[in-house]
Design a protein around this ligand. Structure first.
Ligand SMILES: [Zn+2]
Ligand SMILES: [Zn+2]
Length: 146
C-alpha cells in the first residue's frame, strides 16, 4: 500500500463485516465499513516484504483484532509514516497503516472471502516496477497516484 486517494469509495458498497486472518490463525480480525480503493502494488517495498511480484491491498474504516495473537507485529517501513503488520508466528502479511490514509490497509489475501466484486483492483500502483510477465491490472480509475 502506498499513497493513494484516501476518500475514494469507487467499487465499494455497504458491505457487512468481513473476517480474515493469518495462515496459522493466531491473528484474526474483523473489518467494518465498505472496501475502499482495492488496488495492487508492485513497489519495491511490497515486493520485498511480500515475497511476491505484487501485493493486493484494500482499505477499511475499522479493523478489530480478534485472535489469540492480538494485533499483528508492526514493522515501520517509513518511520512514523508507514508500518506493515504481520503474524510473528507464521509470517503472513495482514495489514498496513499509513499516516496519510485514514483507512487501515488489509492484505486482501488475508480475508477469508476474497471473491467480492469490490475487492477487484481498480488501480495498480507502481506499474513501472511491475514484472513484465504478469498481465497488468486494467486501469479502471483515473488516478494521480503512481
Ligand atoms: Zn500466523
Ligand atoms: Zn507497495
Amino acid at each position: 500500500m502506498n499513497a493513494t486517494p484516501a476518500a475514494d469509495t469507487q467499487g465499494a458498497n455497504a458491505a457487512g463485516d468481513r473476517t480474515g486472518g493469518c495462515l496459522c490463525g493466531r491473528i484474526r480480525f474483523t473489518t467494518r465499513g465498505p472496501a475502499v480503493f482495492a488496488h495492487t502494488c508492485a513497489c519495491p517495498h511490497c515486493q520485498k516484504l511480500g515475497g511476491t511480484p505484487v501485493m493486493w491491498w484494500v482499505g477499511f474504516e475499522t479493523v478489530t483484532w480478534t485472535g489469540e495473537g492480538g494485533e499483528p507485529t508492526w514493522y515501520e517501513t517509513f518511520e512514523g509514516e508507514a508500518k506493515r503488520g504481520f503474524c510473528p508466528t507464521c509470517g503472513s502479511r495482514v495489514a498496513a497503516i499509513d499516516s496519510d490514509i485514514p483507512e487501515i490497509g488489509i492484505n486482501v489475501t488475508a480475508l477469508d472471502d476474497t471473491s467480492g466484486p469490490d475487492l477487484v483492483p481498480i488501480h495498480a500502483s507502481f506499474r513501472e516496477n511491475a514484472v513484465h510477465w504478469l498481465p497488468p491490472v486494467p486501469e479502471t480509475e483515473h488516478s494521480t497516484a503512481s
